[in-house]
Design a protein around this ligand. Sequence first.
Ligand SMILES: *Cc1c(COP(=O)(O)O)cnc(C)c1O
Length: 225
Amino acid sequence: MTRIAIKLQKIINEIRHAEAEARRASHSVQLLAVSKTKPSNIIIEAYQAGQRHFGESYLQEALLKQNELAHYQITWHFIGPIQSNKTRQIAQHFSWVHSVDRLKIASRLSEQRPRDLPPLNVCLQVNISQEPTKSGVQLSDLADMIEHVSQLPNIALRGVMAIPEPAQTFAQQKQPYHVLYQAVQALGKPELDTFSFGMTGDLKAAIAEGATIVRVGTALFGMRN
Ligand SMILES: *Cc1c(COP(=O)(O)O)cnc(C)c1O
């Protein structure tokens, strides 16, 4: 096995273990491999070890790699900040977007989604650290945003994404995810089935609080270049 294959297996084992500890169904959590800053040959290594979902944060870099990897059956997720002038290419070249935090961006993605592709899967990024400078929908605005985004024709609103402030203890790591999970459940919308929670440092806590997608970069590919 290659180094990446070994790390991939280790992370998948950790995910299965965390699911069991949280008394959640096996395979209820999916691994998104965050490949930003990593070259295409590293992505191929993970692909050959079985990984199919990859996350990218920088559009130009992602488009270059998508071009190089056009013959692989990869599902691409956009997870980075989105400026208005980037929405067209994101709508054209990704299956998922985790980082939608404004109605204007969601509307543009819907308008610009090519009609021959299935609806774009979208998660709303929620600011659960309550810091005015951080990007993300405020929790108090979430219900309204969901109402509006749900009505866009070429988007499938799937759920929420969060990047909490780093926290030390397991309890502190779980707390913001708990709050957001409960807030979404309270809306009673079964179509919101995706909780994009957790990265290398807090994957276990995220799975304990309902994550269905964990976004892992460093643990899989090492420090970023
Ligand atoms: C880079 C990034 C990740 C991966 O973080 P690691 O700590 O390297 O696992 C996850 N989510 C988002 C939104 C990112 O930008």
